[in-house]
Ligand binder design. Sequence first.
Ligand code: WQD
Length: 346
Amino acid sequence: MENRKKVIICGGTGFIGSHTSVELLSQGYQVVIADNLSNSERDILDRIETLSGHVPIFEEVDLTDEQACDRFFERHSNTSAVIHFAAFKAVGESVNKPLMYYKNNLQSTVNILRNMDRLSIPNFIFSSSATVYGDCEELPITEKSPILPASSPYGKTKQINESIIEDTFKAENNLAAAISLRYFNPIGGHLSGELGEVPIGPPNNLMPYITQTAIGVREQLSVFGNDYPTPDGTCIRDYIHVVDLAKAHLVALERLINKKNKSFYEIFNLGTGNGFSVMDVIKSFEKMAGQKLNYTFAPRRAGDQAATYADVTKAKNELGWVAELSIDEMTSSAWKWEQNYRRNLS
Ligand code: WQD
């Protein structure tokens, strides 16, 4: 079994990283998870093992610590690729704590890429975000849409990281190729209900707030604005199932390992290409959960755009990947996870 290709997953106990670890382990890759557990729980490792049938190698490491990062990569230099999910991702928090976001989200990337070059680890996949497009008015958003000023330090770290990656892979180096995957709105959980999002503290995002309200952890969902220029007045987003997203990482990984990439640095939007409003998500949830949700309309949230959704033609044509799971499968899997997670807490 030792001829399995090894992949390092930075941030592999997080929401998208854990689902991607399950997919890679299930496909026979040897997975090494590097995580500092600052925004995730160690028992996620057991869940990854149960769902994939394989044990991931885990090392608790702060990727912003140069020495610790160097030692970690030296222990795992025989690696085919690195997938980098490790980042703080709360938009509002980044406005209040910009230096914490710039240090964590940028220093980790610099340390990872420096070690990949030093040790000739060839392939890199970066967890980027549609937030790099800023307040893009022209919909749907394509990979060639203008990169406008990001609305938060979090979004700026994604923009800066993409530049760091492009410039590093363009320069003379011991690297091969990189892909940035720009996620739209990842939601849901593993279809088994045994893995999902574990928000630390009050959720910033819609889906965990819905499920925590429904299970009684939160009193009521505030719908931030119902006076937007959209059919029902609430904001439209391109929600994508986290399992579809995880499968896209496997496709991107195999593109690089099999040298099917068409340039040293490629970018792909990962969404469904469909926009759903906040009310659409609530209605889907109520249908799938078989219960009414306690919500109220509240003032708009600063920084929110009325609508955003992806043009996913490039991922379809180049990667041969399309999102397959529906909004109902997103809301039902999110609910299944919330119920399982709370049951395990009690
Ligand atoms: C979705 C819609 C809210 C909470 C952010 C980041 C993005 C990515 C995903 C990290 C909006 C409304 C929300 C609530 C609400 N994060 N809402 N009540 O803001 O589109 O994207 O999360 O990668 O980079 O920018 O997602 O889930 O916060 O909001 O009405 O309690 O739900 O106003 O219209 P967003 P979200």
